[in-house]
Design a binder for this molecule. Structure first.
Ligand SMILES: [Mg+2]
Length: 376
């Protein structure tokens, strides 16, 4: 039986925090998101999210003007082929990253949501399943504050049952620089004890020399990974940091598709891959990266962060379906756009999160909440 895409719509959302969050990129007060809604001729509705940190109108224009017209009338169960066709539109003109890729990601996520709903299965099952209906997670993240406040946040997360947590480093000189970074991590390690995994996230704020220095100073603190130590374009820097100190390197939230990850892997620059489903090419992109992770005996840790709830939910299905899963990023820091659903977002217990079992992504969006944050 043929199934046809009837409409592809893109909506924009924004939410603001009373107190901005501070980390390696600077102060972050305003959250934005674009959601893609795909409907079919037999009445199914699929939902996806394109990551946006700035200018949601740009992503919306790519969805509406570039992709929606040629998707209408096509079968959503050809998701993998449609992905290749979307990518092919501007690939030859060098658009193999960026806004085009983020638009593809939201559409592809919505297509797989439909495929799963048509099958009456959760998305992770139609992606092949990996024999897990719950996934290990880590608490993300402790942001910049004075050291006692950061220690209090870290111990609070441990008290809530988390066994792993991520802490931001990469302070500017005015905020105390790398010395304050090292002091804060040593204090947190001492407070939580030896049995808790601690990850570091620089958000690209160091250069390679600083990352190596800090990595060496924190070698005794038993750190699980150091994330985005240098800017995403500095592949030589990644290589230097990986060989210049002993903490494993994580990256990928700023990477697009299998091509970017292929390069990081070829250079021996990375241990843990962190694709964001809303940027890496949706479920199709996330799954293809899974094959790379498998082929190179690396580890997979899906990224979530400042995105809206659809992306956090989709990443949970990625975590439940990919090979070599390490851990899922459970975001506990304030995020006005995460809880967009009729039901509550799954809460972790003892360092594990349950994946929703209803067909598709498994949680229904709450139109009342959406309208509160929608922008035109
Ligand atoms: Mg990060």
């Amino acid at each position: 039986m043929a199934m046809k895409i009837k409409t592809v719509k893109c909506r924009m959302f924004s939410g603001t925090l009373d107190r901005p969050i501070h980390f390696g990129i600077g102060a972050f007060p305003a959250f934005t998101a674009t959601l893609v809604e795909v409907t079919t001729d037999d009445g199914l509705v699929g939902m996806g999210e394109c990551i946006v940190r700035k200018a949601p109108h740009v992503t919306k224009a790519v969805v509406d003007q570039m992709f929606a017209p040629f998707l209408v009338g096509r079968d959503p169960r050809d998701a993998e082929g449609l992905w290749d066709e979307m990518f092919q539109q501007l690939r030859g003109w060098g658009h193999y990253r960026g806004f085009v890729f983020e638009a593809i990601s939201g559409i592809d996520t919505a297509l797989w949501d439909i495929v799963a709903k048509a099958a009456g299965q959760p998305v992770y099952k139609v992606l092949g399943g990996a024999g897990r209906s719950r996934v290990p997670c880590y608490a993300s993240s402790v942001y910049f504050a004075d050291v006692p406040e950061m220690v209090a946040q870290a111990t609070d997360q441990v008290r809530r049952g988390h066994t792993a947590l991520k802490v931001k480093i990469g302070r500017s000189a005015q905020m105390g620089g790398r010395r304050m970074d090292v002091t804060s991590i040593q204090a947190i390690r001492e407070a939580v004890g030896p049995g808790i995994d601690i990850m570091l996230d620089v958000n690209s704020a160091y250069d390679a020399a600083t990352a190596i220095k800090v990595g060496r100073q924190l070698e005794a603190s038993d750190i699980t990974w150091i994330e985005e130590p240098v800017p995403p374009d500095d592949l030589d820097g990644y290589q230097r940091v990986r060989t210049g100190q002993s903490i494993p390197i994580a990256a990928g939230e700023s990477e697009f598709g299998v091509f970017g990850f292929r390069e990081l892997i070829k250079r021996g620059a990375i241990d843990i891959l962190q694709p964001d489903v809303a940027r890496v090419g949706g479920f199709t992109g996330a799954r293809r990266v899974g094959a790379l992770v498998h082929a190179h005996n690396l580890r997979y840790a899906p990224h979530t962060g400042f995105s809206a709830g659809v992306s956090h939910l989709a990443a949970l299905h990625v975590a439940a379906s990919v090979p070599n899963l390490m851990t899922y990023e459970y975001f506990f820091a304030p995020n006005p756009l995460r809880d967009l659903f009729v039901e509550p977002f799954p809460e972790p217990k003892g360092g594990m999160v349950d994946v929703p079992q209803k067909p598709g992504l498994g949680l229904a969006l709450d139109e009342k909440v959406l309208r509160k944050f929608e922008v035109s």
